[in-house]
Design a protein around this ligand. Sequence first.
Ligand SMILES: [Zn+2]
Length: 268
Amino acid sequence: MKSKLFYQILVLALGFILVWQGLSRFDFVGYFDLKRFSREQEEKIGELLYKILKKTSQEPENENVMLLLDSLKIKICLAAEIDPESIKIRVIEDETVNAFALPGRQIVFFTGLISASDHPEEVAGVMAHELAHITNNHVSKKIMKDAGFAYIASAGGGQVSSEILKNLLHQLSSTAFDRVQESEADKVATQTLMKSGINPEYFASFLEKLSKDEDQIGVNLEWISTHPESKKRADDVRDLAVGFKANRLPVVSDSLWNGVKADFKSQE
Ligand SMILES: [Zn+2]
C-alpha cells in the first residue's frame, strides 16, 4: 500500500517536472505575437517605469543638457529616418555612467554619462545605439522575455503589479541585451552616425576610454558593465566605418557643449 502511494507521488513529481521543463522552454515571445502589444500599452508601461525612476532620482538643473540632447536627437533621428517627435529623451541627475532605452520610445541618460564624455559626438554615439535598441524592437522583446507571462496577462486589461514594474525597470537599466542584439545596435548606430556626418571613431574611442577608466575614475560605469567586450566592439565599429569621410562641422556648437561642461563644473 505504502509503495503504491510512493509510486503515485513519484509519477506526479515526474509529471510536474516534465510540464515545468516544457513550459520553461516554451517560446512565449514567438507564440504570443508581438503585435499583441499595442503601441499604447507599451507607452503606458513606459510612463509607469519612468514614474518609478523619477521617484527615486532627480531631473537635472543643468538646462544646457536638455538643449544638447534635443539637438542630438533631431540629428540622429533624421539620419535614422525616424520622426524625432516620436522619441522622448529623459535625463536623470546621477553620476553613474549609464544610458538605456525604456518602452514607449524613451531614452534615459544619466548625467554621469555626459560628464564622462569629452565630445558631444560620444554622447551621440550612445544615443544612436540606444535608439537602435528601440527601432529594432529589442526593448519590446526584452519586456516579453523578462516580464513574460505576467505582462501578457496584464495586457488583457488587468493591472501590472508594482513589483513586476520595478523588476522590469531594473532589467532594462542594468542588464544587457543579448550579444546578437548588442552588435546589431552597434552596427545600426554606426550607420546612423555616418549618415548624420558624425565620425563613428568618437563612439569607438568612448567605448575604449570607459573600459580603461573604470578603475581610475572610481564612478560606477554601468553602461560598460551592461555592454561588455568594449575593445572588440570598438574594433567592429571602426571596421564598419572604414573609408568614412566625416563632416567637419561639430555636431553641436562649441558654445553649447562648453556650456554643458561649465554647468557640471559649477555643480561640483
Ligand atoms: Zn546596448
